[in-house]
Design a protein around this ligand. Structure first.
Ligand SMILES: [Zn+2]
Length: 252
């Protein structure tokens, strides 16, 4: 009996250690993701946030804190938050737009990472009211997978507004918040980060094409769908995210 108890105590301790190690490695990825996003021009002062769902508790997520840049995330300032937007662990200030993350995590069990940023070209495209065309390869990643949230230019500061963003996302990959920014999702941190960068690139090319005027027709649905399938492979996100991490580390 005593022997049994001590064995189960040992396994619980081992589980606790494993869980802490897994959480640390997740936070380390969030720290790198923040640095990559800033290096890729996704910063807007201290605005913008990234979150990741805890693999061992899908009702909780880690999230960047308020008042710091995306490249200032540390092991200590990451918050643990529940699906109602309540801080469960951590003492840093919480972003008021937490509901973008909590409501998407509620609505989409397949999404583990949510990024919200204010990138210039994506905002400019959102202000035109036009969707993203496939004028470049990144456009194909969002083919029939980009929602549009048009209720307000204001911050997403309530459950209801967050739910509105989740509705605009639907089964898609990302949402343009009109005249405000983007929300990009992924099963992994790599997928959400690369998606955010590709969305901005696709929007930039489109605005250049439209400014030049008289765009030629896009390619056929079948052609675009083939590229979409190719560039949506998880390996594509990992390889490119890992490259950007190495580059950010080289630059110091
Ligand atoms: Zn915002």
């Amino acid at each position: 009996m005593i022997k049994g108890k001590s064995a189960s105590g040992k396994s619980a301790r081992r589980k606790g250690t494993g869980q802490r190690a897994a959480h640390r490695s997740l936070k380390a990825q969030l720290i790198l993701a923040g640095k990559v996003l800033v290096a890729e021009g996704q910063d807007d002062f201290t605005r913008g946030h990234i979150s990741f769902r805890l693999p061992d508790d899908p009702n909780l997520f880690f999230m960047k804190a308020h008042s710091i840049g995306l490249d200032e995330i540390t092991m200590q300032n990451v918050l643990t938050i529940d699906l109602e937007g309540k801080v469960i662990a951590g003492t840093a200030r919480r972003h008021s737009e937490v509901y973008i993350h909590s409501e998407i995590f509620k609505a989409r069990p397949d999404v583990n990472c949510v990024i919200h940023t204010h990138p210039t070209y994506s905002i400019a495209l959102s202000a035109t009211g036009r969707g993203l065309k496939c004028y470049s390869q990144p456009g194909a990643l969002f083919y029939e997978a980009l929602g549009s949230y048009t209720d307000t230019i204001n911050l997403i500061r309530s459950h209801a507004m967050g739910a509105g963003v989740a509705r605009a996302l639907g089964r898609g990959r990302a949402v343009l918040l009109k005249n405000h920014g983007v929300v990009v999702t992924g099963a992994t941190i790599a997928e959400a980060v690369i998606g955010t960068i590709m969305l901005e690139n696709g929007a930039m090319v489109q605005l250049l094409v439209e400014a030049a005027g008289d765009p030629a027709p896009e390619f056929s649905r079948a052609d675009i769908e083939k590229l979409k399938a190719d560039i949506s492979q998880p390996e594509q996100f990992t390889i490119n995210f890992d490259y950007l991490v190495r580059r950010v580390k080289r630059r110091g």
